[in-house]
Design a protein around this ligand. Structure first.
Ligand code: FES
Length: 156
């Protein structure tokens, strides 16, 4: 997990009332601000840090619709636009689908990745492009998609 996320957990882990509803919601809000949503991995860490139950955490997430839960740990948005297509974008996408065993619903065979496509990511100058967990990856970075995915999984 990123340094920012570790800092957030370190801060909330030290709070005396860390298991209180207010404190857990504040933690979830900060995590969401940093990561965009609450992934399954973050939920595990929230439970460990605040010492609340899985059930209580799920109840809180339901009670606060502004807290967005992600079913998959990683989100990929691949560009299928013309300019990316001209620069091997489709081959990269095929490799990615094969590597992750993406099914018809866009979910990987291990259930950890969700793949979606967009017609243009408005970053044509650096094509081919792909967002992985809201970070843009382009050109040479996408050549060895297997290594890239492995590194991303190790980071989180
Ligand atoms: S065509 Fe891919 S970013 Fe525009």
């Amino acid at each position: 997990m990123s340094e920012q996320i570790e800092e957030i957990f370190a801060y909330y882990g030290k709070q005396r009332d860390k298991s209180s509803q207010e404190m857990v919601i504040a933690l979830l809000r900060e995590l969401q601000e940093a990561e965009g949503c609450i992934t399954p991995e973050l939920k595990v860490r929230v439970i460990e840090t605040t010492e609340i139950t899985d059930k209580f955490l799920n109840c809180l997430i339901k009670m606060y619709p502004s807290i967005k839960e992600a079913k998959q740990a990683h989100e990929i948005i691949a560009c299928t636009g013309e300019r990316c297509g001209k620069k091997d974008g489709m081959t990269i996408l095929q490799n990615l689908r094969r590597e992750l065993g993406i099914k018809k619903d866009g979910i990987s065979s291990d259930g950890r990745f969700e793949l979606r496509t967009r017609n243009c990511l408005k970053q044509c100058r650096t094509s081919p492009n792909m967002y992985i967990d809201r970070k843009l990856y382009s050109g040479e970075q996408l050549k060895d998609i297997k290594t890239l995915l492995n590194n991303i999984c190790k980071e989180r």
